[in-house]
Design a binder for this molecule. Structure first.
Ligand code: AHM
Ligand code: MG
Length: 335
């Protein structure tokens, strides 16, 4: 077979580091195994009656889907026994996750969203797993939350797995963004999208426009501009919104365009957007930049934000570089 698997690709990339111990490759292999297991479960969800809610709420007060729980346990257990991580954060776990008792601790820190877009499970739309990897920074043998609260600029790798019409893993370790499609017949992710370059600008916008009345004026004016003939394209942009971040991001990464989840004033106590910094915004911002795109809150580069909380939320504006810059200009004009 004349095809490169994701593991072979990672090993090739690791040759740039003659002193590498193989621990990072080991961590990624664990992530790949977890992704394959979650993919298998997502694919047969309708058959085994795993669809539906568990009846529990997660830390953010959202209903937990059975598959969310399954994905969270799978990811936490495989990485927790792998010997490569010392601490992890998950969207579905209120507190940090440590290696499982009796298993060794490693030098890496992983933040992950086990199954993003889970409100789409029951309607068979694409969902995904997102992860970001940092190095441990604290000295002591046990890790602390400080290891998790690192900036995106300190990420050493990030990626997502999209469970769509096929299962694709998109990954970067700082040397471009690459996509691998799972070949179910051999059970391997095969290189299918080498060195993805996102277009400088696109013709698609993705936003939950139902929130229009709750946005700041700058965002309202920007969306009106996209729908007019007076924008940079001189024709209206196309609206595409799945409501599943990985799926919306993946389409825009390949085609070009902009995704926005700005802050809104629906709840006056929450003025920071919906999406979470550590395991949604940071990893995708890293991948966007690695493919020539950009990610911003509207006033600040996502990768420059110093996290203060595990489940911190941020406004997210991400996609083609010129499109992100234009949103920032609209926001700058209003402040
Ligand atoms: P989740 O992590 O609970 O699945 O929520 C995140 C999801 C994203 O996938 C998506 O971009 C967003 O929520 C959609 O939110 P909304 O329904 O408000 O448009
Ligand atoms: Mg999520």
């Amino acid at each position: 077979m004349d095809a490169l698997t994701v593991t072979q690709h990672i090993i090739e990339q690791q040759k740039r580091f003659p002193d590498a111990t193989g621990e990072y490759t080991g961590l990624l292999e664990n992530i790949i195994i977890a992704a394959k297991i979650i993919s298998r479960e997502v694919r047969k969800a309708g058959l085994v009656e795993i669809l539906g809610l568990t009846g529990n709420e997660n830390v953010q007060g959202e209903e937990v889907q059975k598959l969310d729980e399954y994905a969270n346990i799978t990811f936490s257990n495989i990485l927790g026994k792998g010997g490569h991580i010392c601490i992890m954060a998950s969207e579905e776990s209120e507190n940090p996750i440590f290696p499982i008792k009796g298993y060794p601790s490693g030098k890496y820190v992983v933040s992950f969203d086990p199954l993003d877009g889970s409100s789409n499970i029951d309607v068979n739309a694409s969902i995904g797993t997102i992860f970001g990897i940092h190095r441990k920074i604290t000295d002591c043998s046990a890790c602390s939350i400080d290891d998790l609260l690192q900036k995106g600029t300190d990420l050493i790798g990030a990626g997502y797995i999209i469970y769509g019409s096929s299962t694709i893993m998109v990954y970067s370790a700082g040397y471009g963004t690459h996509g691998f499609t799972l070949d179910p017949s051999v059970g391997e992710f095969i290189l299918s999208h080498e060195n993805i370059k996102t277009p400088k600008y696109g013709s698609i916008y993705s936003v939950n426009e139902g929130n229009y009345n709750y946005w700041d004026n700058s965002i309202k004016k920007y969306i009106d501009y996209l729908k007019s003939n007076n924008n940079n394209l001189k024709k209206p942009y196309s609206a595409r919104y799945i409501g599943s971040l990985v799926a919306d991001f993946h389409r825009n990464l390949l085609r070009g365009g902009i995704f926005l989840y700005p802050k809104d004033n629906k709840d006056p106590n929450k003025t920071h957007g919906k999406l979470r910094l550590l395991y949604e915004a940071q990893p995708l911002a890293y991948l966007a930049e690695q493919s020539g795109g950009a990610a911003s809150t509207g006033t600040e580069r996502i990768l420059d934000i110093i996290p203060t909380e595990l489940h911190q939320r941020v406004p997210l504006i991400i996609g083609s570089r010129d499109d992100v810059r234009i949103v920032e200009e609209f926001i700058a004009r209003e402040v």
